[in-house]
Each structure stands twice: as structure tokens, then as C-alpha cells.
Design a binder for this molecule. Structure first.
Ligand SMILES: [Fe+2]
Length: 153
């Protein structure tokens, strides 16, 4: 993978990735319909089970690629707004930030426990790994926000 430090190249790189991801999501889509077609014609249960697992993985790939594409699009927009920020913070802003952070600390805590409970309930390995990663992300967000709150105290 090419690492690009300067902003315009990074933007170009993200744009190119978005295009390629769209293509791949399309390929996954076509592949799924072809697999489903074959799956419908299979009579033997053992053969059907093998193809079943491939179909489920392919569905997970398609949906993840669609999500990654949307994430990259939002990331490009968000990075542009970050470049416009300065280092200015009034007392009023700090007070508002503290309140907002405290609210989000509760949300992150709830989300972490939600993903933990969901991972305990689900037994589909195709999605379980992602759910566990989300749980770890939410725990990390909680820690980041705790540190951010200290910054405003
Ligand atoms: Fe979060």
C-alpha cells in the first residue's frame, strides 16, 4: 500500500479507492446471484452446505464493501472540515464541550455493553468478529472521551 502524506494526493488516493471498492461491491453482487442460482439447483445437502458458507461470506463482503465506500466518502468530507479548524476555546465553549462529552461517555458505555451482549448472543462467525471489533472500538472511544474530559477540567 502506498502511503501518501500530502493532502491532495491522499484525497486522490481515497477517491481512487472509493471507485475500486464500488467495482468490487458490484462484482460481489453478481457473484452472489450466480452462487444463489447454483445453490438453487444443488440437490445434495453436503454440497449445498459448502456453497452456503461461501454465499454467506460473499454477502458479508458485499455489505462491508458498501459500508467502507460510504465511510471513505464521509472521511473525505470530514477531513476537509478539520483543515479549517484553529486553536480557539472560550470558557463557554469548554462548558458546552464538557456537557457534550459527559453525554457521549454514557452513549459509548451503552454501545460497548450492547456490542458485548450481542457478541454473546450471536453465534455466526461471519459477523461475530466485526461485532467484537466494534465493542473494542466503543471501549476505546470511552477512554478517549475520558481523556478529553480531563483536558477541559
Ligand atoms: Fe463509539
Amino acid at each position: 500500500m502506498k502511503l501518501v502524506a500530502d493532502k491532495d494526493s491522499r484525497e486522490f488516493y481515497l477517491g481512487e479507492s472509493t471507485k475500486r471498492i464500488r467495482e468490487v461491491a458490484g462484482i460481489e453482487e453478481v457473484t452472489i446471484s450466480q452462487y444463489l442460482n447454483s445453490y438453487g439447483r444443488i440437490k445434495d445437502v453436503e454440497v449445498a452446505k459448502m456453497l452456503f458458507s461461501v454465499i454467506v461470506d460473499t454477502i458479508v463482503h458485499r455489505e462491508n464493501m458498501k459500508a467502507v465506500k460510504r465511510v471513505l466518502n464521509e472521511l473525505i468530507k470530514l477531513e476537509k472540515t478539520l483543515q479549517e479548524k484553529k486553536r480557539v476555546l472560550s470558557e463557554k465553549d469548554a462548558e458546552e464541550m464538557k456537557k457534550a462529552i459527559e453525554k457521549h461517555l454514557r452513549i459509548e458505555k451503552y454501545m460497548a455493553s450492547f456490542y458485548r451482549e450481542l457478541s454473546e448472543d450471536l453465534n455466526q462467525p461471519e459477523v461475530l468478529r466485526d461485532i467484537r471489533i466494534f465493542q473494542a472500538n466503543e471501549e476505546l472511544h470511552h477512554k478517549i472521551l475520558e481523556n478529553l474530559l480531563k483536558y477541559y477540567l
